[in-house]
Design a protein around this ligand. Structure first.
Ligand code: 13P
Length: 259
């Protein structure tokens, strides 16, 4: 196996974990990963729990903070929205963009997603650009075309220097929250395709540097097989990141694979 890019294991806590529970969860995670040095760990709480998460991580924490969303304007009359600057102020360094739940429930399209990616980069937030096909698209044999178009549109007008800063997450919609994980072979095939398309759009060195995470029912019992694959550089984990034990088992696996 070729040497891996540094693994990133990220928890997307979605609309779970209130601010009163976040401190306990983070303390448990912190305690379990005290000796982990080879893996980047990230948690993405709901907006209202970010401050509590920051307090719990404190200055000793080896955990980065991410947000699940933001609005791509500096400030202004956008009732209910939160800006990149506000997130930076809370110590947030990553932001999830283009998650299928936002594409589906909040009608976010590729143009808006591209605007968010560009704005995040301009605001020193690392975008985690999520892409993924539905089961119908896969059944119709369109999965590669869909991924290619989400990538092409999501990364429009982004420079080589910028793309090196972002992270991509392949999250097949049919695997999210369903317990049905992509097989390592299926996931690797798509990750390799994403990397080769990045090479086409940018260059080989850049394509090689970008982290591509897998998301969709990743758990401690399937993480090793997935993370062993050459082009899978970590996980974006929903359900299994809500419990310190299962989340940290995945982090531990990534750490062992990095030895
Ligand atoms: P699950 O791990 O619950 O399938 O969620 C994956 C996901 O959507 C992460 O962003």
């Amino acid at each position: 196996m070729a040497e891996h890019r540094k693994y990133l294991v990220a928890g997307n806590w979605k609309m779970n974990i209130s601010s009163s529970d976040v401190g306990r969860l983070i303390s448990e995670i912190n305690a379990k990963i005290a000796n982990i040095t080879k893996v980047d760990v990230l948690v993405c709480p709901p907006f209202t729990s970010i401050q509590a998460a920051k307090d719990a991580i404190g200055s000793i924490g080896n955990i980065s903070l991410g947000a699940q969303n933001f609005y791509p304007e500096k400030n202004g009359p956008y009732t209910g929205e939160v800006s990149a600057i506000m997130l930076r102020e809370l110590g947030v360094s990553y932001v999830i963009i283009g998650h299928s739940e936002r594409r589906i429930y909040f009608n976010e399209d590729d143009d808006f997603i591209n605007r968010k990616v560009r704005f995040a980069l301009g605001s020193s937030l690392i975008p985690i650009l999520c892409i993924g096909e539905t089961i119908e698209q896969r059944r119709d044999g369109k999965e590669f075309a869909i991924i290619q178009s989400q990538l092409k549109n999501g990364l429009k007008n982004i420079t080589v220097q910028e793309v090196e800063k972002l992270t991509i997450a392949y999250e097949p919609v049919w695997a999210i929250g369903t317990g049905e994980t992509a097989t390592p072979k299926t996931a690797q095939e798509m990750h390799a395709f994403i990397r080769s398309f990045l090479k086409e759009m940018f260059n080989a060195e850049t394509a090689n540097a970008v982290k591509i995470l897998y998301g969709g029912s990743m758990k401690s019992d399937n993480a090793e097989e997935l993370l062993k694959e050459d082009d899978i550089d970590g996980g974006l984990i929903g359900g299994a990141s809500l419990k310190a034990t299962s989340f940290c088992e995945i982090i531990e696996i990534a750490n062992l694979l990095s030895a």
